[in-house]
Write a protein that binds this ligand. Structure first.
Ligand code: ATP
Ligand code: MN
Length: 338
């Protein structure tokens, strides 16, 4: 689970040109604006990430006009992501160690965008336990992962802002899933419509394997269709071998999609040597989309090719140990008020 609110150290405070009342703080790999003099470099503070919904309490009243939600903003030219509070807002008796999660303790919840009707199907059951759910951690909390995998060859894909879709065949059964549920077939539901449109059931059966394909459902009516696509489709980013409980390698994945004639998320680089600078990686994510030249890309996903994780530090997937993470484009977040 994402730590939306946690105890973190303010690593540095630096002046913002032309501003005397505010300064720039670095917390984890995030940059944010704080009131000048409120903190000293090295202080511990309560840090709330973007997407935090703060509870209705007097000390958070100033957030009411913004729907209690922490978003990316730009102040005096400085991009600011997240917010710091003094430790005093934590109830007495709580653990105040660096890294301690205080999301629940403070009653912080996560903002979730509303689900459009075309995606809101009827549940057939829970998400299958034999397939990992899709998820990606933000690079800003992964400095240790970058240090561990520095120099590793990676491939980079564009992160598309749609809705996670999983299609599988297992023991002769074909299944269609949203991010968290398996869905009953219906004519109105976009996950199923796209499955039929791309003939995914037959294509998966033709592999003769128990297999899952996971991708991002995008297009008209989904997440504001920021890339101005026509119709709806899915761009795949994972193939999972259910019997062996492992993801296909990048090469196997590309071969499979080519053979099945199914679309893949845009590949931005196939030979990126991982750098251990969060700012540099966020800089790489600050780019336009390959699917729509005028629109900001939501961000990028970086994955080392290695199949084994090296040691205790990893953002490895629980089931497979694969390392994979995201960097979100701050300009995208600013533009769409996130
Ligand atoms: P958070 O974890 O930051 O609170 P979240 O869990 O809603 O947010 P997203 O920001 O949607 O996560 O990022 C993870 C999702 O990105 C994956 O579940 C997947 O559906 C989607 N995604 C889009 N494009 C790609 C891609 N190229 N590679 C992998 N995943 C992608
Ligand atoms: Mn997540």
């Amino acid at each position: 689970m994402r730590k939306l609110a946690s105890i973190q150290r303010i690593n540095a405070l630096t002046p913002i040109e032309g501003a005397d009342a505010i300064e720039r703080a670095s917390v984890l790999g995030w940059q944010l604006v704080v009131k000048k003099g409120e903190f000293q470099a090295g202080d511990l503070a309560v840090y709330c990430e973007i997407d935090s919904l703060l509870p209705d309490r007097p000390e958070f009243d100033f957030l009411k006009p913004r729907g209690m939600r922490i978003r990316t903003v730009r102040l005096r030219g400085q991009v600011s992501q997240g917010i710091c509070f003094p430790l005093a807002i934590v109830p007495a008796g709580a653990v105040l160690e660096e890294g301690a999660d205080c999301t629940e303790l403070l009653g912080v919840r996560k903002y979730e965008p509303p689900m459009p009707a075309c995606l809101d199907g009827v549940a057939k059951g829970r998400f299958p336990s034999f397939i990992p759910k899709t998820d990606e951690t933000r690079v800003q909390v992964l400095q240790e992962v970058l240090d561990t995998y520095l120099g590793e060859r990676c491939y980079v894909t564009e992160k598309l802002d749609g809705s996670s879709a999983t299609y599988f065949v297992n023991n002769n059964e074909f299944g269609v899933c949203s991010r968290n549920l398996e869905l009953l077939e219906d004519q109105e539901n976009s996950f199923w419509k796209v499955a039929r449109q791309l003939d995914i059931e037959n294509k998966l059966r033709a592999t003769g394997k128990n297999i899952a394909l996971q991708g991002e459902l995008v297009g008209e009516g989904i997440q504001g269709n920021k890339l101005k696509l026509r119709g709806q489709t899915v761009y795949f980013f994972n193939a999972f071998d259910i019997d062996r409980s492992r993801y296909f390698s990048f090469q196997e994945f590309v071969e499979l999609l080519t053979r099945l004639d199914l679309p893949m998320v845009p590949v931005l680089a196939v030979d990126y040597a991982l750098q251990n600078s969060i700012d540099t990686i966020v800089g790489m994510a600050t780019r336009k989309s390959t699917l729509c030249k005028e629109a900001w890309a939501e961000g990028i996903i970086i994955r080392p090719y290695l199949t084994q994780t090296g040691g205790p530090v990893s953002d490895g997937d629980v089931i497979t140990g694969r390392v994979s993470f995201k960097a979100i484009n701050p300009e995208f977040l600013l533009k769409y008020g996130e």
